[in-house]
Design a protein around this ligand. Structure first.
Ligand SMILES: *[C@@H]1O[C@H](CO)[C@@H](O)[C@H](O)[C@H]1NC(C)=O
Ligand SMILES: *[C@@H]1O[C@H](CO)[C@@H](O)[C@H](O)[C@H]1NC(C)=O
Ligand SMILES: *[C@@H]1O[C@H](CO)[C@@H](O)[C@H](O)[C@H]1NC(C)=O
Ligand SMILES: *[C@@H]1O[C@H](CO)[C@@H](O)[C@H](O)[C@H]1NC(C)=O
Ligand SMILES: *[C@@H]1O[C@H](CO)[C@@H](O)[C@H](O)[C@H]1NC(C)=O
Ligand SMILES: [Ca+2]
Ligand SMILES: [Ca+2]
Length: 610
């Protein structure tokens, strides 16, 4: 190892907060007194396919309709496969495509081994995977282990107490009411994520079953070995028989719920005290019995052992597991593994840009949240960045439209994996969906014509804007399952490919840079607020070009002094910039001048090796 290392002197006066990116590389950065950096000269550790990947989330129902029924489908995705290559992403993750009554648009699976008929056939799926792999694109599926549709055979069998299936779900007798024997009280006060009790009465079985999401999504009983075995069977099928490259794992914090006591009584949740909510709304109680139970991590660690074993057995590329977990930082980081002897998910999604940052955040808030993830992440693991998904308002709608390029640049320049939700590459905003057109179960259950938008996930799910023609090129049908957003003539892929400057072209500039730059794949990071509103991200690898993002996240002009960034050396050259920026590609910036950034302006800068 030592022979690969050369001592490079570097003149850095001030103490730098510089993080370590690739944990397995033994780097020592001591930039305070002794200005010495140990740097590899020839060898750069090769990264596994996923460690610096860009993962693109497809919402299949809204990506491309191939047969004019107004609903996106697999053939549609296959027909658009070049888009991923042109855009420069490495993997696609499709929200669920399995057979489903579509109460929760595919997150209510009735057959985990079949393709949903509106989306196509198994042959269509095989064609999709073959085409993707031919083009070098990995394919990830959405795996939904917490629950199954009440239409599934698992549930029907369990409800009918068919031997072997009795304990597949969480069944409970009514809580006894000592004052009234014939009263049928729910077993506990737990509230579903979509509103109402988690307990639903089954006339067939004469017991309640538990559902943490919709009534039609019954929670599996993960304390039953047959369920755990079946989950492994499902993953084996899609990896081994169908060749997928991994899974995004849905709703993991909800895998386990508290057990009943010896008398069969379930514990109630404490009340949150929030007076603005009624007893049917999530948030009325504080959830301590229905999420983050420590038992669930063992299941995740077993799944990791399983995918690693399968990889060995198949002699294949790494099969990855990505955990969807909205949880506090401690419980989130545990998904990575226990830091002693168990590895977990390849990463839990980092939702900080969704849950903790917004249009009102300043540069210090950004720097703090980004560094928080990197600080809490176990040593040597891979970070990831998520700016939107099918469950949350779109990125430009949560932040400001003039921030689109800067946010995409952050996503693509921070260390680790970048996750892009369909439409972010062109800056798609939330679509308007009227109450009459609203189909999201969360909004229909909890909302009314006056307040549904606070619950609805439909605005983030409207069809992709390919061009300015009928239904934005998504479908030949003028009527689509959700309306196409009204701004599709203004914001669409084709017009952005033609335009001289566009969000899409900035995104492409960034993905090319990401492929070429060793500082971006292997470099150290420096993330600081240069002022209240201007954020600077520097990626630095000795002997290679340094790349930096300078981004005004505020809503007023901000003037900054780039000579204060210790790692910069002249000449500074602009590689790409946000579409309204005053500086563009190949412009140079002198360290003697101050730089005024417009609201949302982002500059991606190259500096020579130090
Ligand atoms: C167009 O879409 C609507 C639903 O949005 C559907 O009822 C109709 O059958 C579709 N037309 C065709 C030709 O499939
Ligand atoms: C007992 O409970 C049943 C079912 O909820 C209800 O119909 C009945 O009125 C109750 N009886 C009394 C005395 O409250
Ligand atoms: C995170 O959640 C866990 C489990 O609910 C709790 O025990 C812990 O105190 C929380 N930690 C933080 C930092 O909030
Ligand atoms: C919604 O539907 C109702 C009943 O069909 C109708 O009266 C109303 O005009 C519709 N509203 C909109 C905004 O389309
Ligand atoms: C912001 O800066 C731009 C470019 O320097 C200038 O044209 C504009 O007037 C400034 N706006 C304000 C409000 O100062
Ligand atoms: Ca279709
Ligand atoms: Ca559960």
């Amino acid at each position: 190892m030592a022979s690969l290392w050369k001592t490079v002197g570097i003149g850095i006066g001030a103490l730098l907060v510089v993080g370590l990116v690739v944990g397995s590389m033994t780097w020592a950065i001591l930039a305070s007194r002794s200005p010495i950096i140990e740097a590899p000269v020839t060898e750069i550790k090769p990264l596994d396919w996923w460690e610096h990947a860009i993962i693109y989330q497809i919402y299949p129902r809204s990506f491309q309709d191939s047969d004019g029924d107004g609903i996106g489908d697999l053939k549609g995705i296959t027909s658009r496969m070049e888009h991923f290559v042109e855009t420069g992403v490495d993997a696609i993750w499709m929200s669920p495509i399995f057979e489903s009554p579509m109460i929760d648009f595919g997150y209510d699976i009735s057959n985990f081994y079949e393709i949903h008929h509106e989306y196509g056939t198994m042959a269509d799926f095989e064609e999709l995977v073959a085409k993707a792999h031919e083009l070098g694109i990995k394919v990830l599926l959405d795996y939904v282990p917490n629950h199954a549709s009440t239409e599934s055979l698992y549930f029907k069998n369990s409800e009918a107490r068919v031997p072997g299936y009795e304990d597949y779900f969480v069944w409970a007798d009514p809580r006894p009411n000592p004052l009234n024997q014939s009263d049928r009280l729910v077993p506990s006060n737990w509230i579903s994520q979509f509103g109402g009790s988690v307990w639903e009465w089954s006339e067939v079985r004469q017991q309640f079953y538990l559902h943490q999401f919709a009534v039609e999504q019954a929670d599996f009983n993960f304390r039953h070995q047959a369920v755990k075995d079946e989950m492994i069977n499902i993953m084996t099928f899609w990896i081994k028989e169908k060749g997928v490259d991994g899974f995004r794992v849905d709703a993991i914090p909800h895998l386990f719920e508290a057990k009943p006591d010896e008398n069969g009584i379930y514990p109630d949740e404490p009340l949150s005290g929030n007076m603005f909510l009624n007893p049917d709304q999530p948030g009325y109680t504080t959830q301590i019995h229905v999420r983050d139970l420590i038992e669930l991590y063992d299941v995740v660690y077993e799944w990791r052992d399983f995918v690693d074993r399968l990889k060995e057995e198949m002699g294949s590329n790494t099969k990855i597991l990505l955990a969807e977990a909205y949880a506090n930082i401690t419980m989130t980081m545990l998904y990575y593994g226990n830091e002693r002897d168990r590895e977990g998910a390849h990463f839990p999604f980092n939702f900080d840009f969704i849950t903790s940052l917004s249009a009102s955040s300043n540069a210090r808030d950004f720097a703090f949240m980004i560094n928080r993830w990197l600080t809490y992440m176990p040593y040597g693991r891979i970070a990831n960045w998520v700016f939107g998904n099918h469950d949350n308002n779109r990125m430009p709608s949560r932040f400001r439209e003039n921030m689109v390029d800067g946010l995409n640049a952050l996503n693509l320049m921070l260390p680790g994996v970048a996750v892009t939700y369909q439409g972010e590459e062109i800056g798609m905003r939330d679509g308007y969906v009227s109450w009459n057109d609203t189909v999201d179960v969360a909004a229909c259950n909890q909302g009314n014509p006056d307040n549904y938008l606070q619950f609805s996930r439909d605005p983030a799910r409207t069809p992709f804007h390919w061009d300015g023609t009928v239904s934005a090129g998504f479908s030949t049908n003028t009527s689509t399952w959700l309306p196409v957003a009204q701004d599709f003539r203004e914001i669409n892929l084709l017009s952005q490919k033609i335009a001289f400057r566009s969000h899409y072209k900035v995104y492409q500039d960034l993905t090319s840079l990401r492929r070429e730059s060793r500082a971006l794949s292997h470099g150290l990071y420096l993330i600081r607020a240069l002022s209240e509103f201007t954020l600077v991200l520097v990626r630095h690898l000795p002997t290679f070009d340094t790349y930096a993002l300078v981004f005004n996240v505020g809503s007023v002009n901000d003037t900054v002094d780039l000579s204060r960034v210790e790692l910069f050396a002249e000449p500074l050259t602009v590689v790409t910039s946000s579409i309204h920026a005053t500086r563009g590609r190949r412009d140079t910036i002198s360290l003697d001048e101050t730089v005024t950034l417009l609201p949302g302006e982002a500059l991606v800068i190259r500096a020579p090796p130090t």
